[in-house]
Design a protein around this ligand. Sequence first.
Ligand code: RRO
Length: 312
Amino acid sequence: MVNLHTSIGSFQFNNVLMNASGVHCMTAAELDEVAQSPAGTLVTKSGTLQPRDGNPAPRYASLELGSINSMGLPNKGFRYYLDYAIAFQAAHPDRPIFLSIAGTGPADYAEMAAVIQASDFTGLTEFNLSCPNVPGKPQIAYDLTTTEHILDDLFKVFKKPAGIKLPPFFDLAQFDAMAALLNRYPLTFINSINSLGNGLAIDAATDTALILPKGGFGGIGGAYAKPIALANVRAFRQRLRDDIAIIGTGGVTTGRDVYELILCGASLVSLGTVLQEEGLPAFTRLTQELEAEMTAKGYATIQDFQGQLKTL
Ligand code: RRO
């Protein structure tokens, strides 16, 4: 029998799979559905200080090997998700939940962190420093100085378990610099990676960009992202303190993909495009496929192969 139990810090989960923030988590009804699926945990849509409608549609399109999106942070406001998470933990004391937070400016993070700190929330908070889709706003984590200021301010007020959602990095010097910065803070986890920012997809019939916002530029997810996600999880696992766990996100379409993210060091694996495309049955399929892969390899637990990638 295969066991998919995993942990982050003192938090325990009975399945490594969860949704990726942004997919099936905008409303309480959607979050409830993820909670009732085989997923081990769930994360809310990134909440901002005020509710947002996001960018004009069409703002998501399926592609041959994944997806492109420029949703633009539509959400019901972080207090909605905080209230949901507090009610969820009261109803399910043994099921830790993730709250995702995004600023539309650097000062927003500490402001929201102070409210969460003062609340009854006891779960994990993910600070999204990598939204690629707010017109005129760069992805924060590509700017080390701004990231440092945000984290300095944040951890002055925030003493609860915290993590950050990172964009993909593409150079070993970037991994070195970001990991050195992150190792200075009391982080419980990172989540790597957000979508590949500012890709472009074109409709062959009309020679027109597939999505409307930002002239068609948007975050790329799905199979396109898999090698980048594996490399980012691996690179950060090699550089971060052992007590900073990694949630692996990006490129999952099969149980083998989940297995490989764990092999690179992930403690939880989140589903973005595959969940958007297949819906909640993706959790059942990928759980079964991961169990089959582990059985074929002779592993009984996640810990048996987590971080055990071999190199030549
Ligand atoms: O809402 C979005 O457009 C969005 C966000 Br906040 C994010 O972090 N990643 C993404 O691909 N889309």
